[in-house]
Design a protein around this ligand. Structure first.
Ligand code: PEP
Ligand code: MG
Length: 316
């Protein structure tokens, strides 16, 4: 019975009326690939490359070591999509040799792309290793930068990718409200957006993601967060580009329907959540997801938004 349920929920992600929403996996490295393949992930939507940098806190891993790790992941998804995020150091992911020790507010300091632009050699090595790893493979490589604030950031990243000779799509994560507000201008420099809803919630609500006391404000059902998701997805649509979600929000089956209704084009999550999201999405039409999204946005709290979406999606 369990097997039947699982096979009924295998295959590509789509609404009941066939609107495709690729379901991708968030991974931390080659060790996570087996679970992603097992769950039927259609590719990788977020390869957090930080893990490679954890072995040695004094320096970056060699290019050869990086090529080996990237190649293992790319080989696991022949013909599939793999979105690699360049190093996101700083704040909740500090690295001794890169992260300033004396910042009063590390989450608002030098982290993500900011760190890489201050250490261009680290970014260059990573991009060169990715170009080398992808050589000769049919995989559809996409590379994105964390913590892009504006068009200047997006251009600096795209320039670095071009200089490294990378044959890939370049993208920007939307994790800072300014990036959602000016998504169209960022899309003049890059080919896709990916919403990091964990950090986007943190910066929208001025609520540290590591502080449990403010977790109410970290709830991805917050209507203000849904507004920023909608804004980003609409901008991408207007530019004929894609806008995925790779934050925790995508792993909540009901919220996944709402995100789809807001216009998000792919969902990336921990492998274990993929079967549940696939099954829930398959029960609703795109129009129903859109109605649920509108109902959620019309409320004034995360709790009400969840209930409003639930009412729309269960009353069918
Ligand atoms: C996010 O911020 O939502 C995200 C996907 O990145 P991370 O959780 O690694 O910061
Ligand atoms: Mg983030």
């Amino acid at each position: 019975e369990r097997k039947a349920a699982l096979s009924a929920s295998s295959g590509p992600g789509a609404t009941s009326d066939g609107h495709k929403v690729p379901l991708l996996a968030n991974i931390g490295g080659p060790a996570d690939v087996a679970a992603a393949v097992e769950a039927g992930a259609e590719g990788v939507g977020l390869f957090r490359t930080e893990f490679l940098f954890l072995d040695d806190s004094a320096k970056a891993p060699s290019e050869a070591k990086q090529v080996e790790a990237y190649r293992k992941v790319l080989e696991a998804f022949p013909e599939g999509r793999v979105v690699v995020r360049v190093l996101d150091a700083g704040a909740d992911k500090p690295l001794d040799f890169l992260t300033p020790a004396d910042e009063p507010n590390p989450a608002l300091g030098v982290r993500g792309l900011r760190t890489l632009l201050d250490h261009p050699e680290v970014l260059r090595t990573q991009l060169t290793a990715l170009a080398e790893a992808a050589k000769g493979l049919p995989v559809y490589l996409e590379v994105m930068a964390p913590m892009v604030a504006d068009r200047t950031d997006a251009k600096a990243f795209a320039d670095a990718c071009r200089e490294a000779g990378l044959q890939a799509k370049f993208g920007a994560m939307v994790e800072i409200p300014s990036a959602a507000l000016r998504a169209r201008s960022i899309l003049q420099e890059v080919e896709f957006l990916s919403l990091g809803t964990n950090d986007l919630a943190q910066y929208t609500f001025a609520a540290d993601r590591q502080v449990g006391a403010v977790s109410r404000l970290q709830d991805p059902w917050q209507p203000a967060l849904l507004d920023l998701v909608a804004m980003s997805a609409e901008a991408a649509k207007a530019e004929g580009k894609s806008c995925g979600v790779c934050g925790e929000a995508a792993s909540d089956p009901l919220l996944a329907c709402v995100l789809t209704g807001l216009g998000v084009t792919s969902l990336s999550m921990g492998a274990a959540s993929i079967p549940y999201v696939r099954a829930t999405l398959a029960k609703h039409t795109l129009a129903q997801c859109e109605r649920a999204a509108a109902a959620a946005r019309a409320t004034d709290s995360a709790e009400e938004a969840r209930l409003a979406a639930q009412a729309v999606l269960s009353g069918e």
